[in-house]
Design a protein around this ligand. Structure first.
Ligand SMILES: Cc1cc2nc3c(=O)[nH]c(=O)nc-3n(C[C@H](O)[C@H](O)[C@H](O)COP(=O)(O)OP(=O)(O)OC[C@H]3O[C@@H](n4cnc5c(N)ncnc54)[C@H](O)[C@@H]3O)c2cc1C
Ligand SMILES: NC(=O)c1ccc[n+]([C@@H]2O[C@H](COP(=O)([O-])OP(=O)(O)OC[C@H]3O[C@@H](n4cnc5c(N)ncnc54)[C@H](O)[C@@H]3O)[C@@H](O)[C@H]2O)c1
Length: 468
């Protein structure tokens, strides 16, 4: 198949779709991308980018709060101490929406530059090689495709007993339209979305109650890291209700009531539902075209993003491989490289770095403590609290740690966890070590700046040295 004449049609313009479009265009294909809501997808318009922008604002406010501990006194013109900062949520939201649409426009411009045809419409398959695009005015086009990429993402899970109304009962995609800061926000679900947004609103000045169905928040994460975050949440005044499953949410005269399955009731001014997502794969003609779906409705793919139908690939949240923007992008790029005959290395989830944008952040890569504890991986762990690091002291960092996992004998770095402000930036050397199969001595002997938080990663590596 000649890449120059290959026609590629992509359903969905999130990171899975637009990154694939860029690669396919670079490899010489004729590329059409059909997107119904806006280029950049949910990642840019409603999920990843807006939530991180909200967190960034809350972080600025929390830095103001900690200024006093560093000896900084904020005062007004009369010399009276200023002890409170207020978030003007209408301004905050406007900035976030502007920033998201600017990011979307930048991506659309880049796609145009490389010759990708972007269709504003809804797409579905009429067989493995024909895509029907429906335009906003209801008219349709059939686009023939040699290669199809399904990258339609996921959408917030909605329960019949807790239906969002966009005013008081909200999904995370609706919060940026709020005209006022919620006075008392009940966040339901303590996964990554719930934890990040609960802390962001707490930082912005809302009272926050976090309804967590599990023993602790962030049930899927490193237990030591989740404990640090839960302690910080409580210390800063968040009410965390553990082992509390929401049964229903309804409106009251001036707010909401969240009913728990054990009969308790939690009242608030607003409820934010963060109870997971479902893949957007129904009604797309996928199964009719021979594309196998899992019981959860995700598209089944292999490590180069092939589905069960020849010539049809899938990437991102609709596959359920690992719901991260970075992974969606990687899957989309791999799909195009494979379809268009470029060199491909199958996806390696072991080396995927991820970050939870709480304060402090939790960054992880590679194997987990659970893998070691449950005997799936043989490894040793060293955990160093950041409170003993000189730079951390200077910056007033009291919570957080660095944890490194290594293979006994060889000292190969298997993974790590960093809990710190900007952990997302600090995890890179560990990710690089996992990716390049470096050993602890190679990390330990790499020069680090003194004083620096990253020095703790080198120190953890030194502690894992295997005497030769
Ligand atoms: C609150 C929140 C915060 C997050 N933060 C992060 C983060 O910090 N870092 C990170 O890596 N990940 C983050 N994620 C995950 C990340 O957003 C997703 O993994 C990512 O969006 C997946 O990209 P995608 O391309 O698969 O889908 P999406 O970004 O969902 O894009 C899919 C697009 O397809 C379009 N579409 C669907 N059906 C059709 C159709 N029939 N025709 C045309 N178009 C269609 C949709 O309109 C959508 O625009 C976050 C998720 C949430 C919920
Ligand atoms: N920083 C990031 O990279 C980032 C941020 C947000 C989301 N994400 C991605 O999205 C994925 C999904 O995260 P998520 O948090 O949206 O969903 P999730 O499915 O991981 O978490 C939802 C949580 O809600 C709980 N829950 C479900 N029903 C409930 C009920 N009735 N009452 C109380 N709790 C209930 C579940 O037990 C679960 O802990 C993550 O795994 C991550 O990959 C990434």
């Amino acid at each position: 198949m000649s890449a120059r004449t290959t026609s590629v049609v992509i359903l969905g313009g999130g990171p899975g779709g637009y990154e694939a479009a860029l690669v396919a265009a670079q490899l010489g294909a004729e590329v059409t991308l059909v997107e119904k809501d806006g280029v950049g997808g949910a990642a840019v318009l409603t999920d990843c980018v807006p939530s991180k922008a909200l967190v960034a604002t809350a972080d600025i406010m929390s830095e103001l709060d900690t200024a006093a501990a560093a000896g900084i006194r904020l005062q007004d013109h009369e010399g009276d101490a200023v002890t409170e900062s207020l978030a003007d949520i209408a301004v905050v939201n406007r900035r976030i929406l502007d920033l998201a649409s600017a990011q979307s426009a930048d991506i659309a411009a880049r796609l145009r530059e490389v010759g990708v045809r972007v269709i504003d419409g809804t797409a579905m398959l009429a067989g493995p090689h024909d895509i029907v695009a429906t335009y906003p005015d209801g008219s349709e086009d059939v686009i023939p495709a040699d290669v199809v990429l399904v990258a339609t993402g996921a959408t917030p899970r909605v329960m019949d007993t807790a239906v969002p109304d966009g005013e008081r009962i909200l999904t995370w995609q609706q919060i940026y339209a709020l005209p006022e800061l919620p006075e008392r926000l009940v966040v339901v679900g303590s996964g990554v979305t719930g934890a990040e947004l609960a802390q962001a609103y707490l930082g912005l000045g809302s009272q926050v109650v976090l309804v967590s169905s599990r023993d602790r928040v962030l049930p899927g994460e490193d237990a030591d890291a989740a404990q640090v975050i839960e302690d910080v949440f409580r210390r800063r005044g968040m009410e965390v209700l553990g082992r509390s499953r929401m049964a229903a949410v309804s409106r009251t005269a001036d707010g909401v009531v969240v009913r728990l399955v054990d009969g308790r009731e939690v009242t608030g001014s607003h409820a934010l539902l963060a109870v997971g997502s479902i893949p957007q794969t129904s009604g797309l003609g996928l199964e009719e075209a021979g594309v196998r779906l899992s019981r959860s409705g995700h598209v089944e793919v292999d490590r180069v993003s092939r589905t069960s139908a020849m010539g049809v690939y899938a990437a991102g949240d609709c596959t359920g491989v690992l719901p991260l923007a970075s992974v969606a992008a990687m899957q989309g790029r791999l799909a195009m490289s494979h379809a268009l005959g470029d060199t491909v290395t199958p996806i390696n989830l072991r080396a995927v770095a991820a970050n939870i944008f709480t304060d402090p952040e939790i960054a992880t890569v590679g194997v987990s403590q659970k893998d070691l504890d449950e005997g799936r991986v043989e490894g040793e762990a060293v955990m160093l609290p950041l409170s003993r690091n000189a730079r951390a002291k200077m910056q007033g960092i009291t919570d957080g740690f660095v944890k490194l996992f290594a293979q006994p004998g060889s000292g190969a770095v298997l993974g790590g966890v960093v809990v710190a402000p900007r952990a997302s930036e600090l995890i890179f050397p560990v990710a690089q070590a996992v990716h390049l199969r470096l050993n602890v001595d190679q990390i330990a002997s790499t020069s680090t700046v003194y004083p620096s938080l990253i020095g703790s990663i080198a120190e953890a590596a030194r502690r894992l040295h295997v005497a030769g």
